[in-house]
Design a binder for this molecule. Structure first.
Ligand code: UDP
Ligand code: MG
Length: 316
């Protein structure tokens, strides 16, 4: 089978409600491009009827394939699995929940035709709960600073990548990652374009507060050692501050005689202990994040396991 011009990679986790609408919107857009294409769905361990729906779609559309993963490996690993199988010269990622309308795909393709090897997107009129929007804004800013990246909207997964970029991503063997950030690191000529955003009409978000925090820890620790260095600097700062504070208290005690010795010592100890305790916990947490990463890397487990592949690409 010859390689198609465009591959669309879609991670799917419990999206039975959205899928029929996704098929209905995506297929006409792709056919309308007048290019050869393939659609690769990655079933990320769904426990609902998603796999059945995907298989049905594949059976009637030769451009489609389903990679059925053996368990739930998370959105980014599911996309990785799709990347490993994608044959296209241009690869586009899209969420299954239709929050990013497939109708925006031609814009991405046009930008790639102009020679951009990574086409990022940012959501205009973002339709998400307010807490997600505010949190995202902070996280976008902090992450860009720390990881030395320039991505306006980390959460928008409607993105386009040139073959070369996807090959590099496939070759980097780290076991957890954040795909848009990884791609940005290798891009020669990236661009960002605005795309529309809709409310999730069906099913629920797969990211609760805990998953979002986890995702952002992964993002930070995979692209930067700054958090570790911040801890060291915070440690230095607080040590210095506590020495100064103690000196100040000592001077007050010696020359002004405000407190009696006992109160003085009690207060000094409390100040010191509180500071040390919080600092220690904080440092342990951050060091733990990195050790966790190292542990995952040295255990060299495969990033995902495939149960079965349906449709196109099966025999390649
Ligand atoms: N997803 C996945 N595995 C997961 C979580 C999510 O494949 O463990 C898929 C999900 O089906 C959707 C996309 O990743 O296609 C984005 O998920 P979601 O819409 O829940 O995230 P949000 O838009 O709330 O950030
Ligand atoms: Mg969504």
């Amino acid at each position: 089978m010859s390689s198609p011009e465009i591959s669309v990679v879609i991670p799917v986790y419990n999206e039975e409600e959205s899928l029929p609408y996704l098929f209905g919107e995506l297929y006409p857009v792709m056919s309308g491009l007048g290019r050869s294409f393939e659609i690769i769905f990655v079933n990320d361990g769904s426990r609902d009827r998603s796999l059945e729906l995907l298989k049905d779609f594949c059976a009637s559309h030769e451009e489609a394939a389903v990679i059925d993963l053996g368990a739930n490996f998370g959105q980014h690993m599911a996309i990785m699995a799709g990347f490993d199988y994608a044959h296209g010269g241009k690869i586009i990622t899209l969420d299954a929940d239709l929050q990013n309308p497939p109708a925006e795909i031609p814009k991405l393709v046009a930008a790639m035709d102009e020679g951009h090897d990574v086409v990022g997107t940012y959501r205009v009129g973002r339709r998400d709960p307010i807490f997600r929007k505010v949190a995202s804004r902070c996280v976008n800013k902090i992450t860009n600073k720390i990881a030395k990246l320039h991505i306006s909207d980390y959460g928008c997964m409607l993105r386009g990548y040139d073959r070369r970029i996807v090959d590099i991503i496939n070759a980097s063997r780290e076991s957890t990652t954040f795909i848009p950030a990884l791609a940005q690191k290798f891009a020669h000529n990236p661009v960002e374009i605005p795309v529309a955003h809709r409310e999730r009409a069906r099913g629920e978000s797969k990211y609760g507060l805990f998953q979002l925090v986890r995702l952002n820890f992964d993002l930070m620790t995979s692209f930067s050692l700054v958090p570790l260095q911040l801890v060291t600097m915070a440690g230095m700062f607080f040590s210095l501050a506590s020495v100064l504070l103690l000196a100040y208290m000592f001077v007050r005690r010696m020359f002004l005689g405000i407190e009696d010795w006992q109160t003085f010592i009690g207060q000094a100890f409390e100040a010191f202990e509180f500071m040390l305790a919080s600092l220690t916990l904080f440092s342990l947490g951050i060091i733990g994040e990195y050790i966790g990463r190292i542990y995952r890397e040295v255990s060299r487990r495969p990033r995902y396991s495939v149960r079965e592949i349906y449709g196109r690409g099966k025999n390649e």
